[in-house]
Design a protein around this ligand. Structure first.
Ligand SMILES: O=C(O)C(=O)C[C@]1(C(=O)O)C=C[C@@H](O)C=C1
Length: 355
């Protein structure tokens, strides 16, 4: 209890609270003047501030401390934005799915979140304007591309305004005993990321694919014979026991999420651009498109081919490279690409995520 003679800790906390209130008022003023930076721009700004801060402070420079300072500032920012934007953010739920954890990492935990049941439903919510933004898994370091997400980009034009990198540590969660487990439920991507561990430790269990890792946790809470592969916070939410922790086959298991939304993203100096294109079905067409990147000295960070929905032997190519579409050499390369491709969509230019 704070006493009538506040000690130093109370005084500092009161100062912090007053500063946060002051910051919230300032955010409102910026929003009223239509000059509030987007969450993505604000995150990039926080990274720059933290770089400067860590250069001056030896205590804060440890990677873990930087991450928790960054997360604290982001939570404060999301609190300050309450009521002024960005509005609800949609993702594959229920709560405590990895998509939810990634959304908290990017938007801060005071953001109004709107979980939905499928990845296509995230695209629909953003497209219809029911959600101001969305967040979808796009690729995983162990398992590769997330097909549902690429399929939706192929079908519907959607802007990417940011990305999140989230280390993924899976857990085997259950309400029953280990010897009762006959089924292990999870999203196909999560089961695949633990394939070797599951085969070695539960060779007789049936692997059941469900809509998300937290849907699996819900089932595990209702049935003693079902275990779920899901996050620790999902296990806490459903009161499950942790039978095994960190069961992913690859210790460096990381999923990259795309942030969907209409936020404008100005160049920050550390940006990337995502686009998709389709070339004519003729010899050398893909090589021609790729030579545009090499001639413009654009460093590709991702390339993925994806069957064009509704066709045979035709592919879309998803490409990401360093640079912002506001830079001349990027704009020129995109113009050139436009002249030699059958379809070209610029999904977005946005700040590169830090792990
Ligand atoms: O099911 C979840 O928890 C999700 O957020 C989806 C998803 C995915 O499909 O890649 C996200 C991250 C992990 O790679 C596993 C599952």
């Amino acid at each position: 209890m704070p006493s009538s003679q506040p000690d130093t800790l109370d005084q500092l906390d009161l100062q912090l609270l007053r500063l946060i209130q002051q910051r919230r008022k300032h955010v409102k003023t910026l929003a009223d003047a239509q000059s509030l930076p987007s969450v993505g721009q604000s995150n990039a700004r926080l990274d720059q501030l933290l770089d400067v801060f860590c250069r001056d402070s030896t205590e804060a420079s440890e990677k873990k401390s930087v991450q928790s300072l960054r997360q604290t500032l982001q939570h404060i920012d999301s609190y300050c934005r309450l009521g002024v934007g960005p509005g609800a953010v949609s993702f594959l739920g229920p709560k405590y799915s990895y998509s939810h954890l990634a959304a908290i990492k990017y938007f801060g935990d005071a953001t109004p979140f709107a979980p939905v049941a499928t990845i296509p439903a995230v695209f629909d919510a953003v497209h219809r304007g029911d959600a101001a933004g969305g967040l979808v898994p796009i690729e995983n370091s162990t398992d590769g591309r997330v097909v549902d997400t690429l399929g939706m980009f192929a079908r519907r034009h959607m802007q990417i305004c940011g990305e999140v990198l989230l280390p993924i540590h899976h857990n085997l969660l259950a309400s029953g005993r280990r010897d009762q487990i006959t089924e292990i439920h999870s999203k196909p991507q999560a089961l695949s990321q633990c394939r070797v561990w599951l085969a070695a430790n539960f060779p007789a269990a049936a692997l059941i694919e469900v809509g998300s890792t937290t849907t699996a946790a819900e089932s595990a809470a209702q049935h003693a014979h079902i275990a779920a592969v899901a996050s620790l916070p999902a296990g806490r939410e459903y009161g499950l026991d942790v039978l095994n922790q960190n069961i992913e086959d690859n210790r460096e298991n990381v999923t990259r999420f795309a942030v969907l939304g209409r936020d404008e993203t100005h160049p920050t100096g550390k940006d990337k651009t995502s686009l998709l294109f389709q070339v004519e079905h003729q010899p050398g067409a893909l090589a021609g498109a790729m030579s545009v990147f090499s001639q413009s000295q654009l460093n590709l960070t991702w390339i993925e081919s994806f069957p064009l929905p509704g066709s045979r032997n035709e592919y879309l190519f998803f490409v990401e490279f360093s640079g912002h579409r506001g830079e001349n050499r990027v704009a020129t390369a995109i113009d050139q690409l436009g002249t030699i491709t059958r379809r070209l969509e610029i999904l977005g230019s946005y700040p590169v995520a830090v792990l």
